[in-house]
Ligand binder design. Structure first.
Ligand code: SAM
Length: 257
């Protein structure tokens, strides 16, 4: 199944009503019929970026500023197409153009969701294989990240980032066995489910330092109880601070004390 077929088989998470959905569809049509060339469209991409997408850029910029003075890698558990990995590479280039030690690591099956556990809630948003990017996508994402690295400062040093393909329940513990020296400055959790979130949290825990930040996408979302259950099982209240993300209510920012 290719990604566009796959896209139709699940519901992208949204709170939009009918008229907002129509306005968004109109935006898609305006994008497709744009008088701008592809090059001009890329350079002026803000013309087509909705506020609900722009806010994600702003949140990641806030997180980047918080961890700028914390050493270590930046990780995303549940990368999907990899937009956040690209944003992180470009935020790295803006905030620390000469720091090529900021390895950015993306974990995903790239074949969509794994089965739910009894601690998760069934949902139209995630069922097995929803959010699959299709086989072979990893190669494209690697090339995309390398292209961004190459166009940034010290662009001759590419290939600094890693894509880890497979079920996080297996790949997260394996990653830290393979790279025991790892320090994690920031990790973004966006898988919503109990099992992979718990396994990833347990795996990164020994590699966090004071000031490391964990960003949770769905900590208080009623559709995804598994994420908060996993978090509360792995961390105790006296070792972290927890904040609601100011710009994005469902996201929560956890800082290691
Ligand atoms: C909501 S999407 C992530 C969206 C992405 N963070 C973004 O903001 O664009 C959730 C991702 O988690 C991945 N995922 C779910 N369960 C997983 C597991 N057990 N191991 C690895 N990836 C998993 C899915 O394949 C999917 O790409």
């Amino acid at each position: 199944m290719n990604p566009s077929q796959q896209e139709k088989s699940f519901q992208i998470e949204t709170t939009a009503n009918e008229s907002q959905v129509q306005a968004r569809q109109h935006l898609v049509e305006l994008f497709e019929s744009s008088p701008l060339s592809p090059q001009e469209r890329l350079f002026n991409i803000g013309m087509y970026t909705r506020s609900s997408v722009l806010v994600k850029f702003l949140v990641l910029n806030d997180i980047y500023q918080r961890i700028k003075n914390i050493p270590g890698q930046l990780m995303e558990f549940g990368t999907w197409w990899g937009q956040n990995l690209v944003l992180l590479e470009n935020l790295r280039a803006i905030h620390e153009p000469f720091n090529k030690q900021r390895i950015i690591v993306g974990f995903d099956t790239f074949e969509g969701y794994t089965p739910l556990s009894s601690k998760d809630k069934a949902s139209e948003v995630w069922h097995e294989q929803s959010y699959s990017t299709g086989k072979g996508y990893v190669g494209y994402l690697k090339a995309l990240l390398a292209a961004h690295e190459a166009s940034n400062a010290l662009g001759h040093l590419t290939g600094q980032h890693r894509l880890i393909e497979g079920d996080v329940c297996v790949t997260a513990p394996q990653y830290f066995t393979d790279h025991p020296e790892t320090i994690v400055a920031m990790a973004y959790f966006d898988m919503a489910l109990y099992e992979p979130t718990k396994k990833a949290l347990e795996a990164i825990r020994p590699h966090l330092v004071s000031g490391s930040v964990l960003l949770f996408d769905e900590l208080t979302w009623q559709e995804s109880p598994g994420e908060a259950i996993a978090f509360k099982e792995v961390f105790s209240r006296n070792e972290v601070t927890v904040e609601k993300c100011a710009l994005y209510p469902s996201k929560a920012i956890v800082t290691i004390k």
